[in-house]
Design a protein around this ligand. Sequence first.
Ligand code: AMP
Length: 375
Amino acid sequence: MPGRATAGQAVAVRPGDMVGILGGGQLARMLALAGARLGLKSHVFAPEEDSPAFDVAAARTVADYGDEAALARFAETVAVATYEFENVPAATTAFLRERCPVRPDPAALAASQDRLLEKEFINSLGIATAPFAPVEDPGALARAVATLGRPCILKARRFGYDGKGQVLVREGSDLGAAFRSMGGVPAIVEGIVTFACEVSVIAARGADGAFRAYDVCENLHDHHILSVTQVPARLSQEGARAALDIARRIAEALDYVGVVAVEMFVAAPDASTAAAEALIVNEIAPRVHNSGHWTIDGAVTSQFEQHMRAVCGWPLGSTRRLGAIEMRNLIGADVDRWDEILRDKSAKLHLYGKHVSRPGRKMGHVTRLRLDLTG
Ligand code: AMP
């Protein structure tokens, strides 16, 4: 196959080649759409028959991530494989790496799949996180809560997202019950960060080490699920520069190739010292990210195109923003307003093709852009 490379060699992908994507949700769907614009084909590998990305992919595999025969066939067809979610099993990426290039490097998955390793990695770069302590048993929980104070948050180390696998420990909370409610899995306790706002940096690192970041996004959550992203974030220039620098240091430390998102809390500036806002990293997502969806309509290069460019070893595109942006998620029944949104001249509607809407399920998003024509 033209452009095909084996693991360990430089990835030389050409238009017309197939990019493998593990995971078949809306992120994979938007990756495949962006790839198609560049003449790339996508092979989506996902266990669910009705995966939204299958609608727009040139090839599909419906199989479990542990199905080695299916993975081997998948690897045969692709010039490079990537993923849309961080919880890809390590055994899956290890198996694939023997057969095709995998980008970003699975080491980035390991660093983000486990909240304890993730926070230790971030701190090792001299970057702040919330204070935390590992918790393996109820005794360790009691000690951690005594140190960090209440309220604090008990979080499962693995497989948590959108607030799942988390318990708020308040004054009077029964610690034994809190530990049991998580199923007794390894966890961490985090001190509560009092933040002025939550932001994220969406950035990309190319195979040649080039680094490009989008302007900092400000994120509003509803019931732990991203609701609205506004760009630019309300941050000082100095704060914004510091946020981008944090993302760059993380990407470089991981020798990362692809799009990465870094979620941060912004502690309010201290008026008495006139210091810039303090930035506290909450999470690293080694993938395209919901808070970067605005880039489809609001930046020269979308995060999805950027990721495809990066994993193919192609030059990164411009991250320039085209105006003031608001991206709103359509969650659950919000999607029923699709025809009303279509009538709104300022709105760009994106639907993910999911057949069933459930409370909390991301069904689509809508971007509103106030163009800046001065540049
Ligand atoms: P997570 O699952 O860690 O991304 O957390 C989901 C949301 O919970 C975050 O976006 C915050 O709004 C909130 N949250 C998580 N951890 C903390 C913390 N240590 N302090 C304050 N808020 C938090």
